[in-house]
Design a protein around this ligand. Structure first.
Ligand SMILES: *Cc1c(COP(=O)(O)O)cnc(C)c1O
Length: 450
């Protein structure tokens, strides 16, 4: 390993030093810092494939792809090489008034993959949500329908945590405190199949949920600019999964009532659900699609909003103010675009979607002992996402499971009583076996069985 100067923290003493320094100087995301005293963060020194290594050299399988971003492992040689090559050319230039080969090539390839011909860039997922909401509103305004100012989302939806994105998010712990700052938005029934009645299929339930949207739009469509959905899997809700029939029906309803459909594929895009984009499983095309997370293989912050020619055309005009005057400083960053292009190359060269189907089939078998545990309920899978709920889990379950999993060399972070696996696609069979057997031990420990 090269000498990395002040980051070179080899001894256990330096590891604990790093933790006290992080505690003093770093305000960690999504964390009550006082609780971090009792549960200190992992100090990660390096990564390789699905493995993360702390400064003592102990390895952990990154079972949640570092918050759902990593696709092809840490320190992937092909992505590393692309970024290094780009570094020698141009690291960054503003995208207003300038362009560059990586952003052009990436936009062309995303257009080919999605059938949505124009790409607008941001940095994080939440900025993509903001862009999509503003664009939808502005589209209707440019088309003479300025009173379409409202947005609809699903119950338990998650679209990011900046104020606009939080307005369409429906997760109480993130939202309630800031409620006075947020715009009103409407939430309609979630198609999450766990909520189906006994004897009702996932598809029937999805169609019943769509009926709730139909009723809402019948009444309010004149004021509604867009519906925003997480296609197939509501991630932050606890990997709530649903039948694609919901999306097919919702596409019809949006067309019927003149409302945009925004597909937030930030978490589910790039092969996570088994197809390149989740919308493909319902054979629909959204009006706007938000992408981020896996787009760079988990290397660099980048997001994109892809739109139809119809939307793009509504902004194309002599009047400056009819244009989309929105920007972020790092929009279309060349290094991030090169990482994204390398990621797309890997998809094509390694036939990743097909390879993932065999991996998923293997894990589906390997997971049986865990699945059959009497406290495991609603075991579910969509593509490369597995989840189950733990019956009778106490308040401290997520933390207890997380700690017990670390002991098994696994990095897993349950959402409430939902345990999920969302591994990098490069995971091999031995690693899948370890993920399952370690999780079973962690589960039994966290519920006090052993
Ligand atoms: C993570 C996520 C976001 C927000 O992305 P950030 O990069 O964390 O801002 C938005 N929507 C969905 C569905 C997500 O999973």
């Amino acid at each position: 390993m090269p000498n990395v100067g002040f980051l070179d923290t080899k001894s256990a003493m330096e590891q604990s030093d790093l933790i006290s320094r992080t505690q003093a100087a770093v305000w960690h995301p999504c964390t009550q810092m006082k609780q971090q005293i009792a549960t200190p963060p992992l100090a990660i020194a390096r990564g390789q494939g699905v493995w993360l290594y702390d400064s003592d050299g102990r390895g952990y399988i990154d079972g949640i792809s570092s918050w759902w971003v990593n696709l092809f492992g840490h320190a992937n040689p092909r992505i590393n090489a692309a970024i290094c090559d780009q570094l020698e050319q141009i690291e960054h230039v503003m995208l207003a008034g300038c362009t560059h080969a990586p952003v052009v090539a990436l936009s062309e390839r995303l257009a080919q993959l999605t059938g949505l011909g124009h790409a607008f860039y941001g940095s994080d997922g939440a900025s993509a949500t903001e862009i999509a909401l503003k664009m939808s509103f502005h589209y209707w305004r440019n088309r003479g329908q300025a009173d379409k100012t409202e947005f609809v989302s699903l119950k338990n939806s998650y679209h990011g945590e900046t104020l606009g994105a939080l307005s369409v998010t429906d997760v109480a712990i993130f939202k309630d405190t800031y409620a006075p700052l947020l715009r009103q938005s409407a939430q309609v029934m979630s198609p999450d199949w766990r909520l189906a009645e006994v004897g009702e299929s996932a598809e029937q339930y999805a169609l019943r949920a769509a009926q709730d949207l139909a009723e809402y739009l019948a009444q309010h469509h004149r004021r509604v600019a867009a519906l925003i959905v997480e296609p197939l899997v509501q991630g932050a809700a606890g990997m709530a999964m649903y039948h694609p029939a919901y999306l097919t029906r919702v596409r019809q309803l949006c067309d019927e009532f003149g409302v945009h459909l925004i597909a937030d594929e930030i978490a589910v895009g790039f092969g996570r659900t088994g197809t390149m984009f989740a919308c493909e499983q319902a054979a629909i095309k959204p009006d706007l699609m938000c992408l981020s997370k896996g787009i760079t293989g988990g290397y660099l912050p980048l997001s994109a909003v892809l739109v139809t020619d119809e939307i793009y055309g509504a902004f194309y005009d002599d009047a400056t103010a009819r244009g989309f005057l929105h920007s972020h400083s790092y929009t279309g960053n060349p290094l991030a675009c090169r990482a994204a292009l390398a990621t797309l190359d890997i998809f094509a060269e390694d036939q990743v979607l097909a390879a993932n189907r065999s991996k998923a089939a293997y894990l589906e078998q390997a997971v049986l002992p865990l699945r059959e545990h009497p406290r495991v309920a609603d075991f579910r899978r969509t593509g490369m996402i597995w989840a189950f709920d733990v019956l009778g889990a106490g308040v401290g379950f997520a933390r207890d499971f997380y700690l017990a999993a670390l002991e098994q060399n696994l990095l897993l972070r349950p959402i409430g009583n939902t345990v999920y696996f969302m591994p990098p696609y490069v995971i091999n069979e031995a690693e899948m076996d370890q993920l399952v057997s370690g999780s079973l031990i962690a589960l039994r420990q966290a519920i006090g069985e052993i």
